[in-house]
Design a protein around this ligand. Structure first.
Ligand SMILES: [Zn+2]
Length: 449
């Protein structure tokens, strides 16, 4: 029994010891964790502090931006004001055709003269065309604001006066709530309110009106018009210079476009505008014919025939195209191919001389012989004796001296012959009469010749 108790006590003691050591371990762990928590706390504090600092900075930055935005707004306003100030002395002039002047300054001076405003070259600071689409406006900056204002006022005066006192189609003078136009009056030269007034400024009576103009107008119509004129326009007439009637008369319907072209505005049709467009485009002759003309005697009349003959020379588009290219000298020979680096030399494959368009179709010794043979063959076949010139060999017979069908056949033969020479030469093939005649006969069938 005692032994048992002793054993138990020993066991308890041992266990106690273990517990104590575990307790110590636990205490140590707790201590560690407490340390950790303290460390975390302090770092959290640190972060919070940083955060607050950043937030403060952000607020400051926001405030700064707000201030800057306000400043920018103020600057914009200031700039606008400045610009207004710099433009204060400028005027844009629209609607003056660019062809009507060489110096923009002249336009300004003439305009001022027409408006009765004194402007001298020294008043103009700068003056130039504005880069806009279409008819370019002119901008002019005056030395002083006063000159600009004077011009502006004069402009307004002109606009108001001249247009408002015209009788016809005037929005302010309405008969039966409509504007009106009386052709008979217009023909007699009645145009403005002035024409219906005495020198005193009072309207004429019907009798005075008929005496002066001998119009067939009845008195009702006359008084209808008189009563339709508003008082303020009657008052305005007194302070207005007589209008320039030439601007409105029938005699002023011609427009001198340049030295050789006068347009009659009352007769002009769409086709006339089209002609204008065409004549403007074709100011110089075609360069192809110009170069041919250096060593051929072909006048403009003949060139026109050559061009028109293109339409009827044959049915085949390929040959027409070839002839077109020949006229414009855009066919290629070895000269061009050598220049573009496609061929190694520019020598004629038949004779070894320098190749060119002239050489290929006219000057080459072998070609000359070939052409003569073709002509001989044609003459025998058609029982005729044609001896075409070198121009005719290139562009066909254009005169009416021979039978039409025969000329057509001959021209077609010459065209196909040129094409035959051209194509064979490009493909390094010989030009042979028998070969050519064989092909020619098939071609005749296609063209029904
Ligand atoms: Zn040759």
């Amino acid at each position: 029994m005692l032994v048992d108790i002793q054993i138990n006590t020993a066991t308890i003691l041992r266990e106690n010891k273990t517990i104590r050591s575990e307790m110590t371990d636990l205490k140590r762990t707790i201590q560690h964790q407490t340390d950790d928590i303290t460390a975390l706390k302090s770092s959290l504090e640190h972060i919070t502090k940083q955060y607050n600092e950043v937030e403060r900075e952000l607020v400051a930055a926001r405030k700064k931006i707000q201030e800057q935005e306000e400043e920018i707004g103020e600057l914009y306003d200031l700039q606008d004001k400045l610009e207004q100030y710099t433009r204060k002395n400028s005027i844009e002039i629209h609607g003056v055709p660019e062809c009507a002047y060489t110096e923009t300054e002249d336009v300004v001076l003439k305009l001022a003269e027409a408006l009765d405003v004194s402007v001298e070259p020294k008043d103009i600071e700068i003056c130039h065309k504005l880069n806009r689409k279409g008819n370019k406006p002119i901008i002019v900056k005056f030395i002083s604001h006063k000159v600009k204002t004077n011009l502006y006022r004069a402009r307004a005066k002109l606009k108001n006066n001249a247009q408002n006192i015209i009788l016809f189609n005037n929005k302010e003078i309405l008969v039966d709530s409509k504007t009106f136009f009386i052709r008979e009056w217009f023909k007699k030269g009645i145009l403005s309110i002035q024409d219906l007034l005495h020198n005193t400024g009072q309207p004429m009576t019907y009798q005075e009106f008929t005496n002066k103009y001998s119009c067939k107008t009845n008195f009702l119509q006359y008084y209808q018009v008189i009563s339709a004129i508003p008082k303020h326009l009657l008052a305005k007439v007194k302070s207005t210079k007589p209008i320039n009637k030439e601007l409105y008369s029938d005699n002023n319907l011609s427009l001198q476009l340049n030295k050789s072209i006068t347009l009659y505005l009352n007769k002009i049709k769409t086709s006339d505008f089209y002609t204008l467009l065409c004549t403007k485009i074709h100011t110089t002759g075609h360069s192809g014919p110009q170069r041919w003309s250096k060593d051929l005697s072909l006048d403009e009349d003949k060139w026109e025939k050559i061009f028109t003959s293109l339409k009827t020379v044959c049915r085949e588009t390929k040959l027409k195209e070839f002839q077109y290219k020949l006229i414009h000298r855009i066919v290629v020979t070895k000269k061009e191919l050598y220049r573009y680096g496609i061929k190694e030399d520019d020598e004629c494959i038949y004779c070894g001389e320098k190749d060119s368009i002239n050489h290929t179709f006219r000057d080459c010794h072998f070609v000359k012989i070939f052409i003569q043979r073709v002509i001989n063959w044609f003459n025998i076949e058609n029982k005729i004796n044609l001896n075409p010139s070198s121009e005719e060999r290139l562009f066909g017979i254009l005169s009416d001296l021979h039978e039409k069908v025969l000329v057509r056949k001959f021209n077609y033969t010459m065209l196909f012959m040129r094409y035959y020479i051209y194509a064979n030469k490009l493909h390094n093939k010989p030009i042979l009469l028998q070969d050519f005649v064989g092909k020619m006969i098939i071609k005749y069938r296609i063209e029904k010749l």
